[in-house]
Design a protein around this ligand. Structure first.
Ligand code: ASP
Length: 343
């Protein structure tokens, strides 16, 4: 009996990796077929790469309901067993958000590997082909099974829940400030150096709405004017100073908001946790918690916004949202995650 080759589905969404153009600048033009055709050595891997152009957008224009549809497509293709892993190519600007949303909505074992490029195909040293090849190797690897969504870039493997874009132009822009990379792709093989402690997912079937979740980053001298109208949102993430602090002027508004919608407290720094009980001044982390804000632990503000979006999309109430943030933020018991966990 001949063994079936490992099959990987590659879905392209646009982004710099798929952009071409002239002196005026580049725009997304390349299809998934074009992207795979440009990868030297792809045919020699023995991996059956099936390709589909999902959309051709700059990643700034990706929408959350389209990404939920993408998660549904991935679920369909990976549960029927015809593909062993999935590669997503997209713009790097929003990879940290897309990958985490896909991670939350993916209950299966097939790896979802998100990648892109910092240099477009018309530039010297374009990094797209190398990133795609490393992503294909990872998506096909038994070692990556069960790890949820990953970001593979510059041969590093990052967990979707930890990764951030940290530089606007560097090819090594993706970092996981709180955890480091999970591993590396070396000579086409996945070499894991660390293992994430647990996987927390939300069943796709529970997702029934597209909530509107805002993000307010506090700044020195912030008088709260930009929070006007926030009561019309379904939820709000506040990116506070340091360990979770806001100007005193904002506390009445935030207290009123937290009484009607979930308000999640993160740090605008993007690394390290918000605290719980170290400072006690008005506008401190402990004051804000007493006023009903929910701490996001180690989740940065962009991840927290995706988590709050997903929990609200699944109809979670305030207590479930608080339990979800404690589990996903790394400050509470994973056992309190509202849905079944993966081993
Ligand atoms: N500069 C972006 C990229 O790296 C553009 C985008 O996110 O679509 O792909």
């Amino acid at each position: 009996m001949t063994e079936q080759p490992t099959a990987v589905l590659m879905l392209s969404l646009g982004g710099t990796i798929a952009m071409t153009g002239g002196a005026g600048g580049v725009v997304p033009t390349l299809t998934a077929e074009d992207l795979i055709a440009a990868v030297p050595g792809a045919a020699d891997t023995g991996i059956d790469v099936q390709v589909q152009t999902f959309c051709q957008l700059p990643s700034a224009s990706l929408r959350l309901d389209d990404l939920t549809a993408l998660a549904a497509l991935i679920a369909e293709r990976t549960t029927t067993g015809d593909v062993d892993g999935v590669v997503i190519t997209q713009g790097t600007d929003t990879i940290e958000e897309t990958a985490y949303l896909l991670d939350l909505l993916h209950g299966g074992d097939a790896p979802i590997v998100v990648t892109g490029a910092m240099r477009n195909p018309t530039q010297a040293g374009a990094d797209g082909p190398a990133n795609v090849l490393a992503a294909i190797h990872t998506a096909a690897s038994p070692t990556a099974r069960g790890l949820g969504a990953l970001v593979v870039f510059a041969d590093e493997i990052h967990a979707a829940r930890y990764v951030r874009k940290t530089h606007s132009t560097s090819g090594g822009t993706f970092r996981s400030p709180n955890a480091g990379p999970l591993g590396r792709v070396v000579e086409g093989a996945v070499r894991l150096l660390a293992y994430p402690p647990h996987r927390l997912t939300v069943p796709l079937a529970a997702v029934t709405r597209t909530p509107r979740v805002g993000l307010h980053t506090v700044t020195v001298g912030d008088d709260g004017a930009l929070l006007a109208g926030a009561e019309n949102l379904d939820g709000l993430v506040v990116a506070g100073f340091g360990v979770g602090h806001v100007p005193q002027l904002l506390i009445n508004q935030l207290t009123a908001l937290a009484a009607t919608i979930p308000v999640v407290l993160t740090s605008r720094i993007g690394a390290g946790p918000v605290l719980e009980a170290t400072y006690a001044f008005p506008g401190s982390e402990s004051d804000l918690r007493q006023r009903g804000l929910i701490g996001a632990g180690f989740l940065d503000s962009y991840k927290a916004r995706i988590l709050l979006h997903t929990l609200l999309a699944a109809g979670a109430d305030h207590d479930i949202i608080a339990a979800g943030f404690a589990a996903a933020g790394g400050t509470g018991e994973p056992a309190h995650w509202p849905w079944a966990q993966h081993p």
